[in-house]
Structure formats: C-alpha cells, structure tokens
Design a protein around this ligand. Structure first.
Ligand code: P5A
Length: 445
C-alpha cells in the first residue's frame, strides 16, 4: 500500500477524551473513530488488524476441530423467554420491537439461538460431540462504556458452543478450549493467564477467564509468577486426545492465579513469597461449562442407546476480539506509539523515502516496494512529499515492527537502513539483504 493512497488520518495531538494509552493510540494512529459512546467505526488500519486477529482465531478453532458459522445479530425475545434470561439480563440488553410489534434484541451472546439451532437439527448422540462457533458483533448496553474498544457497547466476539452427551465429554471440550485459547493468544504474541472466575449471567460452576497483565486492566489479579514460565510453543497437540488436553489444562491451572472475584488469601499465602504477584489484568476471553442449564429449559435432547433421550451438556467460550487489540497495545507500546508484534502487524514493513522526487531514491523505493510486495511482506510505502521527521513520527506512531529508510546518501554506497521499532536499532545493508532478512523473520512468525 502507498501511504498517498491510504486513508490513515493520524492525529498529532493527544485526544482529550481518551483515558488510557491504547485508546489514545488507536485514535491517534487512525485505527478507529467513535460513532457514539462505546460504538466505533473501524478505519482501514484498525480493520486490517481486526481481520488479522480473526484469521488467527479461525485458524486455531479449525485446528481444534470446531465448526465456523455465522448467526444474526438480531434475535427473537421468545427464545430468551424460554431460557428465562429475557428478564434476568436486565438493562445491558438492547431491546427493540419490529413493525409488527414483535420483541427482538441485539444479541449480547448466543446461547439461546445456538441451542435452538441444535435442537431443531440434531437428535442423536451419534452426532456428538459437536462444537460450533462464530465471530460476530455483540451489543451490551454497558453502564460505563470506556477505554475505547476495551469496554465497548458494540464489540466483536468469537463465541463458541460445545454440545456433548455427558459431563466427561463436555469437560474434554472445556479443556480443548483452554488449550486452543492458550495457542491463540500465544500466536498473537501475547501472554494470557487463565484464572478461575465467576460465571455471571452465562451461568455454570466451571469457568476460567484469560487475563493479559496491564496496569490499566479493570481486574485486580493475584498469581504465582511460575505461570509466566509456561509456554505452549511449537508443541503439536492432538485435540482428540482427552488425556493430553487434560494434562495441559492441569499444567496451566495448577499455579495459583485468580481475579479479585475468586481470590483466596489463604491459598495465595501458600505460594512462596517471592513468587506472589499482584497486578492488574485485562480479560480477553472466558470459557464456561454450564451443563444442562440451557438444554433443559429449551428441551435440547439427544437419543442415547442406554438412557433414552437426555439433555445435552453444554459450554460456551468467548474471545474478545476487538478488546484484544486494546490489550495488545497496552502491553506493547512506548512514548512514540504502538509497537506491533509481527504476528498481528497491519503491514510487515514501512518504507520511508527521505527525498521524494529524487530520481534515484524514488526508483530504489519503487523497486523495494515491488519486491517486498511480491514476497508477501505487505509493505506500507510512505511516498508522501513530507519532511523526514514527520514521516518517522508517523511510522513510529503506527508501530510497524520494521522500517526501511531510503535516502540519496545511503544509495551512493548502495545501502538502505533497516530499523527495528522495538529496539530502535538500525543497520545499513543492501536493499536485497534487508528484504531477505525480513522474509526470514516473517517466515518464523
Ligand atoms: C462465552 C461466549 C460470554 O459471553 N457466551 C458466549 C460467553 N462470555 S463473556 O465473558 O461475557 O464474553 C467473552 C469475552 O468478550 C469480551 N467482552 C467485551 N469486549 C469489549 N467490550 C465489552 N463490553 C465486552 N464484554 C465482554 C471479553 O474479552 C470477554 O472475555
């Protein structure tokens, strides 16, 4: 992409209405604009990052054997009356009626709708286990929408639902989601810690939240620092292997890690003192097992050979996809701007032409732009007629992990400069070598 053709309305000044750094930087880097309180338009660069996160989520869900699908945002109130949640959900639910006076709502979550789809289409235990998921916009009329996309009213969620014949099978689905979520967050370049949680309006007894540590997080968290040493890395997981998933679940849930909602001071005290950590965290996902809560009230049953028709055991599992972008920026920025992890960066490399209009510099940039594009590096070429200082400031603000700077002086010696956004370290090298290095770096992401 050429910057001269891209819609990237960067702001020089800090917006006064943004209280935390990720909100400020998303506005300043031209990623989002507020449409109404807690409701945002995603401008091209914000949208590009959102799509990258969605792709990682899809990839890991499909790897775990789950089925992607898409449900509508508008739902019928009648389904929610069946489960009893229409009244319970309270003011967070946005209720509307259509021209025929039928009650509808903008879905805050989809347990009822998916249970309805299930009961109308699946009748036998032979079709189980089954997990269906979607990535779809949700609406929750939050009392205090704040911190930009972090606590929005309209937000993008991956929501998945498992249907199993009995509790052990549903607990395997729970463990499988734990593992696939850990992989998902790691692939996004993030450390998210699973913590025992409260289930709130979704229901059930077994639930874990995933928290990214950040000073601006809304939850207070208590954890054993040993959990920071755990990594899934390249480990190939067989998602059909119950024991393997259970072992990974155990490994990640044994060190103490809880939010203030479930904190147990006595248990925490038994963690060696030097490993007792308290900080704040951003909840980027949550998994639930709630048994037959919805299948009983909504009559979602399957036939079994021994026990006749039984209500299915269910769980639901969510990732805050739009919130995740805020969390990534909270965890990875400096005073100049965002520092994108390579896995989710909107563009692989920025090309800065120090002397737009100089024949040699223009030709070298065009050649770099072409080869970087052809090799899949997805470059953003700053071809505007601007001062070098302004170009650098914009590149630092939008935070691409790598920058190639091209100027007449270097070109005399046949070199350009390759700079890491994270370390600030620059190296001179030929344009070919710079591209070769980047191809290697991105191949390993
Ligand atoms: C699980 C999937 C559920 O709704 N039903 C379907 C279950 N879980 S949850 O914990 O309530 O939400 C899942 C994740 O969505 C993100 N989230 C939000 N993101 C931005 N703004 C909000 N107002 C908001 N509310 C929830 C969180 O990351 C949460 O973990």
């Amino acid at each position: 992409m050429r910057l001269s053709k891209y819609f990237l309305p960067v702001l020089k000044e800090n917006p006064s209405d943004a209280a935390i750094v990720s909100h400020r930087l998303m506005l300043r880097a031209g990623m989002i604009r507020q449409a109404q309180s807690g409701i945002y338009s995603w401008l091209p660069m914000g949208f590009k990052v959102l799509r990258k996160l969605e792709n990682i989520v899809h990839d890991e869900q499909i790897r775990a054997g789950h089925n992607p699908m898409l449900m509508p945002t508008m739902q019928s109130a009648d389904l929610w009356r069946e489960s009893g949640r229409y009244e319970d959900y309270g003011q967070e639910m946005l209720r509307v009626s259509d021209r025929h006076g039928r009650d509808m709502l903008f879905g805050p979550t989809n347990e009822e709708l998916i249970t309805d789809i299930f009961r109308n289409n699946v009748k036998s235990y032979k079709d189980l286990p089954m997990t269906l998921y979607q990535i779809q916009w949700k609406f929750r009329d939050e009392v205090r929408p704040r911190f930009g996309v972090m606590r929005g009213r309209e937000f993008l969620m991956k929501d998945g639902y498992n249907f199993d014949v009995d509790k052990p099978s549903a607990m395997h689905a729970y463990n499988r989601h734990m593992v696939s979520y850990l992989r998902t967050y790691e692939r996004m370049g993030m450390k998210a810690i699973p913590m025992r949680a409260d289930s709130g309006p979704i229901g059930g007894d077994d639930t874990h939240e995933f928290l990214v540590l950040a000073d601006t997080g809304e939850s207070e968290v208590f954890y054993d620092s040993a959990i920071l040493d755990l990594h899934l890395g390249d480990r190939e997981v067989d998602y059909d292997n119950w024991d393997e998933c259970a072992a990974i679940f155990k490994e990640w849930t044994t060190p103490y890690a809880r939010t203030d909602e479930t904190h147990d001071a006595a248990k925490f005290a038994s963690v060696p003192i030097e490993r007792q950590m308290t900080s704040r965290g951003i909840e980027v996902g949550q998994i639930f097992y709630f048994g037959t809560k919805y299948s009983e009230s909504m009559n979602a049953k399957v036939s079994t050979p021994d026990d006749g028709d039984v209500p299915v055991h269910m769980g639901s599992h969510g990732i805050g996809v739009s919130r995740m972008i805020g969390a990534i920026i909270e965890a990875s920025h400096d005073d100049k701007g965002i520092i994108w992890p390579e896995a989710v960066t909107p563009f692989g490399v920025g090309i800065v032409n120090l002397k737009q209009g100089d024949e040699e510099a223009d030709a070298a940039c065009e050649a770099l732009y072409k080869s970087a594009t052809a090799l899949g590096l997805d470059p953003l070429y700053d071809d505007r007629n601007e001062r070098a200082g302004g170009k650098f400031a914009s590149m630092d603000l939008i935070g691409l992990p790598w920058r190639i700077t091209v100027g007449p002086r270097g070109l005399k010696n046949g070199v350009v400069e390759l700079t890491s956004r994270k370390t600030g370290v620059s190296e001179e090298m030929t344009p070919e070598l710079a591209i070769e290095k980047l191809v290697k770096i991105y191949a390993s992401v």
